[in-house]
Ligand binder design. Structure first.
Ligand SMILES: Cc1cc2nc3c(=O)[nH]c(=O)nc-3n(C[C@H](O)[C@H](O)[C@H](O)COP(=O)(O)OP(=O)(O)OC[C@H]3O[C@@H](n4cnc5c(N)ncnc54)[C@H](O)[C@@H]3O)c2cc1C
Length: 497
């Protein structure tokens, strides 16, 4: 029945994060039969679906509304990008500012940055409030620039933002490190041109998402795993969601399916493309295992090698609430340099059941190539996996009520950079789902940067900036020449910052 649909494949690679699955949620169905109706159907149980479920149940409760909410998941609970990512909440804080300001104006460009900067606080709030065990660690990220031209361009972005928005930039606490020797002492990295550090965080995304789903279930939400939504049809003012196990009549539908959005909304096929990515976990040698105390890895990292070639790494700081106790693996992702030249290996590729050729070897040599004192052959790469990211054709998330399908809300297309965006997007969209009032619309529009809004113009756009942004295909040479249009924007967007 789902033949030919863009849905998760079978036998997917095992990520580090999936080594501790939630056994009860994995194949959960809160009722044996599919409910026949719901006020709200949420499609997708990744971090986005989880946060939507959490907010909807909590806000409805607060307003005294009794809502019947059903979450549909095509595969196991939360087994897609959220369970395969780098665990890095690294906001874009200045890179790309000038090109965004040119496109949208300075205020909107600044809003894009402050929106991401706020995510860390939103994670901390929910983790604290609900006492969630997801190894949230608030730290500083350091962006490491290897090419002088990229460093120079980033510096100009920072100066431009600081000149236009001195208070916001100061609040962002961005510190440049221009001396490579100082950078090596601070962050252990060798062969660099410049570094920039700012507040960021990392966590166990699967655990956060499944904890939020558990809370929503406790509050009354139903979940139905292994139940792909195959299509939806208008039924008067409502929607009928068609699944392999039957139909659900829904007042409202939230599509939180990221890379797979065209499986239920075919018009999104040119707008959100499945893009395959890779990551791994590494057990560091004793020389680099000083987690939780001042040691070699005081930062999380973004490594900017060249256009389209950005790696990222988080040093886990132990389990639970005692830093330094328990697992201190490194999670390293990227390796794009080895596969971007082979378009079929990543673009429009949903096969996270295979490791991308060359990525294992790349990860195995990475730490000794880039970190002082890490000798060749030291440490072990324990898990290598792939995952499917949802790249939007203009590289920004698509969030809001569908212009042609009233009552259907989309929150997808995070373009490999969902962690600093999903908390704010889900909070804003849940307000809109719960109320058709003008004030809810205003709250949504005030909270969410305008370029994220799901407008008719974006829905009908024929632009596709993905390949050029990744340093492939047409438009790349122009990007290389200017070095701060598509190039720097793309670096900012896809760097898992
Ligand atoms: C290798 C890799 C590394 C990454 N690193 C980072 C990082 O370090 N920092 C960062 O910010 N971002 C990173 N990302 C991106 C980040 O993981 C995503 O932005 C985020 O997880 C998206 O969450 P989501 O819930 O929207 O999507 P997903 O987690 O993919 O969830 C979507 C869910 O919808 C389900 N679904 C799809 N279609 C249907 C259907 N028709 N019916 C029912 N269910 C359906 C899927 O099975 C899935 O469970 C990375 C991604 C990958 C793959």
């Amino acid at each position: 029945m789902s033949e030919g649909k863009l849905l998760p494949v079978a036998n997917r690679t095992e990520s580090f994060w999936l080594t501790e699955r939630d056994p009860e949620l994995k194949a959960a169905r809160t009722t044996p039969d599919l409910p026949s109706s719901a006020d709200v159907v949420i499609i997708g149980s990744g971090l986005t679906g989880a946060m939507m479920g959490y907010h909807i149940m909590k806000k409805a409760q607060k307003e005294g509304k009794q809502l019947k909410v059903v979450m549909l998941e095509a595969d196991e609970c939360c087994g897609s990008a959220t369970a395969r990512n780098g665990g890095h909440c690294k906001p874009v804080t200045f890179i790309g500012y000038r090109s965004e300001a040119k496109k949208h104006g300075a205020a909107v460009a600044n809003h894009l940055l402050t929106f991401e900067e706020a995510a860390l606080g939103l994670y901390a709030d929910v983790v604290r409030k609900e006492d969630i065990d997801c190894d949230l660690h608030v730290t500083r990220a350091i962006d490491v620039f290897y090419r002088k031209e990229d460093a120079q361009s980033a510096k100009l972005d920072l100066e431009a933002r600081a000149a236009a928005f001195p208070d916001a930039t100061r609040a962002g606490d961005i510190r440049l490190v221009e001396d490579p020797k100082v950078l090596e002492q601070m962050a252990g990295v060798t062969g660099t041109a410049m570094g920039a550090s700012y507040p960021a965080g990392h966590l166990w995304p699967y655990k956060l998402a499944t904890s939020l789903i558990r809370i929503a279930i406790r509050d009354g939400m139903s979940i139905q795993t292994y139940t792909p939504a195959l299509s939806m049809e208008a039924a008067g003012a409502k929607w009928t969601v068609i699944t392999a196990r039957g139909k659900i009549a829904a007042g409202k539908v939230i599509v939180a399916t990221n890379a797979y959005t065209s499986s239920v909304l075919p018009e999104f096929k040119p707008l959100i493309i499945p893009v395959r990515g890779a990551a791994c976990s590494i057990t560091p040698p004793p020389s680099h295992s000083a987690a939780g105390i001042p040691g070699p890895f005081r930062y999380s990292y973004g490594f900017r090698h060249a256009q389209g070639q950005i790696d990222y790494m988080i040093p886990r700081q132990g389990r639970g609430r005692v830093p330094g106790v328990g697992d201190t693996s490194l999670i390293l992702g990227g390796a794009k340099g080895v596969y971007l030249g082979h378009l079929d290996r990543w673009y429009n590729n949903k096969h996270d059941n295979e490791i991308i050729p060359g990525t294992k070897e790349y990860f195995e040599g990475y730490m000794s190539d880039h970190f002082a004192g890490w000798r060749k052959g030291e440490g072990s790469v324990d898990h290598v996996w792939s995952g499917v990211l949802g790249y939007s054709s203009d590289l920004l998330p698509l969030v809001g009520e569908h212009p042609d399908r009233p009552g259907v809300y989309v929150i997808a297309g995070f373009t490999g950079h969902g962690m600093p965006r999903i908390p704010g997007c889900s909070d804003a969209l849940s307000t809109l789902v719960l109320s058709d009032s003008q004030s809810a619309q205003k709250t949504f529009e005030t909270a969410l940067p305008k370029p994220y809004w799901l407008t008719r113009e974006r829905l009908e756009s024929k632009t596709n900036a993905i390949k050029a942004a990744m340093g492939q295909g047409e438009g790349v040479s122009a990007a290389r020449e200017t070095n701060d249009e598509v190039n720097m924007l793309a670096q900012a967007v896809k760097a898992k910052l």
